[in-house]
Design a protein around this ligand. Structure first.
Ligand code: AMP
Length: 326
């Protein structure tokens, strides 16, 4: 276990013991859709939990990241604080919040990327983790103060997010190139990171420069896809990052709604949904999710379905480029 994991664990255990942090019981089932083994986690305690947004006496919403509870602070960095998630579905779930107030709709800045990746690295190879950022109104974020999150992945044999399997199937994959995965029916971009460059980056600046170059490359590609799919460019999006890849998914809605046996169910989806990790609060909701023909439909509802005309645009552009070359 890395010293960082030990430090996080000690802090988590102490905060839980003193009831300054709540760790919820959960059960997980798997359901395959389009080749992805979704994990659906049922957390009954979340149905009892009030909204994250507490309200102060004067009616203003509390900001839990402005003056965080000391029991939850793992580390003070230059511009950020690493905090424990107070309501943990998965133990040692970390939040990397900016010290100064910034909006959750702002794009990631070089230091945000560096600190998030540093936490992934500090977790070490024995504890793979997923970093994510829910950016904008429809992204599934519950707090408006800028925060990235890092979730340690649990599974004895394969501690990877379910989407990694589809990423691994990308044929003839090259680091630094931007791809879309055929089996994902919504607009997205995914990019393999170069582990050699990451390993050989000897300074903070070198690693930051590489991450920034990759992030702004993939962000640019996402805007290009939004243009091709006739979508506004100020769209919310989800960002996912492991030590192996970066992924961006633009959003159309915060919640998916499903009709089942004459009732309407709403599911809030954030970055984790696109990693293949879905959450529900009641047995009934779990049954609804299990009964779906294809869980990708939920992701397409909150994402942006591919515009069939977009491939015509792509083909037309290729033809135009060919004509220029001829
Ligand atoms: P999101 O909902 O994606 O914006 O993530 C915010 C996270 O902050 C949620 O997972 C909450 O459980 C967590 N949270 C809410 N209040 C606190 C708090 N006081 N301290 C630490 N984490 C919190």
């Amino acid at each position: 276990m890395s010293s960082f994991v030990q430090e996080v664990k000690n802090k988590f255990d102490a905060a839980k013991e003193n009831e300054q942090l709540f760790s919820f019981d959960s059960t997980t089932v798997e359901k395959e859709s389009n080749g992805m083994n979704f994990k659906i986690t049922l957390v009954p305690a979340l149905a009892q939990k009030k909204s994250n947004q507490k309200v102060e006496e004067d009616g203003k919403k509390c900001n839990p990241f402005e003056n965080p509870e000391p029991a939850l602070v793992v580390k003070e960095l230059d511009e950020h604080r690493i905090l424990l998630n107070k309501y943990a579905v998965i133990p040692n779930h970390l939040i990397i919040a900016t010290k100064e107030f910034k909006k959750q709709s702002e794009p990631l800045m070089p230091n945000d990327l560096y600190e998030s990746f540093k936490v992934l690295k500090d977790f070490g190879s024995s504890q793979p983790a997923l970093a994510f950022y829910n950016c904008g109104e429809e992204s599934g974020a519950s707090q408006g103060h800028k925060h990235m999150q890092v979730l340690p992945l649990q599974h004895e044999s394969n501690p990877q997010p379910p989407v990694k399997k589809l990423f691994d199937e990308i044929h003839d994959r090259h680091v630094g190139q931007i791809y879309a995965i055929n089996k994902l029916p919504f607009v997205h971009v995914i990019l393999p990171l170069d582990n050699n460059i990451i390993r050989n980056a000897n300074t903070r600046e070198e690693l930051t420069d590489y991450l920034v170059q990759m992030f702004f490359g993939i962000l640019d590609a996402m805007f290009q896809q939004l243009r091709e799919n006739a979508q506004p460019l100020n769209t919310s999006y989800n960002f996912l990052m492991t030590q192996d890849f970066m992924m961006l998914v633009p959003r159309s809605n915060e919640k998916a709604s499903i009709e089942h046996n004459g009732k309407t169910f709403e599911f809030s989806v954030n970055s984790l949904g696109f990693a293949g990790l879905l959450l529900c609060k009641t047995e009934e909701e779990l049954e609804v999710l299990k009964a779906q023909d294809n869980l990708m439909d939920i992701l397409t509802q909150v994402g942006i379905p591919w515009d069939p005309k977009a491939s015509d645009i792509e083909a037309a552009r290729e033809l135009a480029a060919d004509a220029e070359l001829a």
